[in-house]
Design a protein around this ligand. Structure first.
Ligand SMILES: NC(=O)c1ccc[n+]([C@@H]2O[C@H](COP(=O)([O-])OP(=O)(O)OC[C@H]3O[C@@H](n4cnc5c(N)ncnc54)[C@H](O)[C@@H]3O)[C@@H](O)[C@H]2O)c1
Length: 143
């Protein structure tokens, strides 16, 4: 049954390890507890299920800034981009009211970590991390 409170999920990084997230999102029943509101990647052709995403009507953007500039809204931003983008993308998502699930490692420097924590504390949102082994069903989306 469709939910009126479906979580709006934006996925940042749909190739590489992001493919695991794409698979999880696409292989779960749609219109239940979440909807994919954006696939964000400057090189989306690295995603083996790009055609399926397009056919499903998932909007694609080459940056998280472009997603928000287009008027995009997300409840949850999943960040699976290279490490050096984690801080800026997490802070941008938090500033736009989203909660964040950021792949490990959280960031590259302790300064980035402090900044990200401060951004979380200033936001009405939460962050979580994807630990090694996050392919585990125990950490699966919607469970
Ligand atoms: N939990 C695990 O088991 C596990 C395994 C592998 C990688 N990782 C983590 O996943 C993250 C990504 O690693 P990877 O090896 O897949 O990296 P990668 O270099 O393969 O990039 C992943 C994707 O991000 C895209 N990308 C690049 N710049 C981007 C940007 N500015 N915005 C959005 N997307 C962008 C790339 O085009 C690519 O499709 C890292 O944090 C890494 O540590 C976790």
């Amino acid at each position: 049954m469709a939910s009126t409170t479906a979580v709006r999920v934006a996925l940042v990084g749909i190739g590489g390890h992001g493919q695991v997230y794409v698979d999880e999102l696409l292989d779960r029943p749609r219109d239940t507890d979440f909807t994919i509101v954006g696939g964000i990647d400057p090189a989306p052709e690295g995603c083996s299920r790009l055609t399926e995403l397009r056919e499903s009507g998932v909007p694609l953007f080459d940056s998280l800034e472009a997603f928000y500039d287009s008027g995009g809204e997300a409840d949850l931003v999943m960040i699976v981009s290279p490490i050096h983008f984690h801080r800026s993308q997490t802070e941008l998502a938090l500033a736009n009211g989203a909660s964040v699930l950021c792949e490990k490692p959280l960031c590259a420097t302790i300064q980035d970590a402090h900044s990200m924590l401060a951004a979380e504390e200033a936001a009405a949102a939460l962050t979580g991390g994807g630990p090694p082994g996050s392919r585990s069903r125990a950490l699966g989306i919607g469970e």
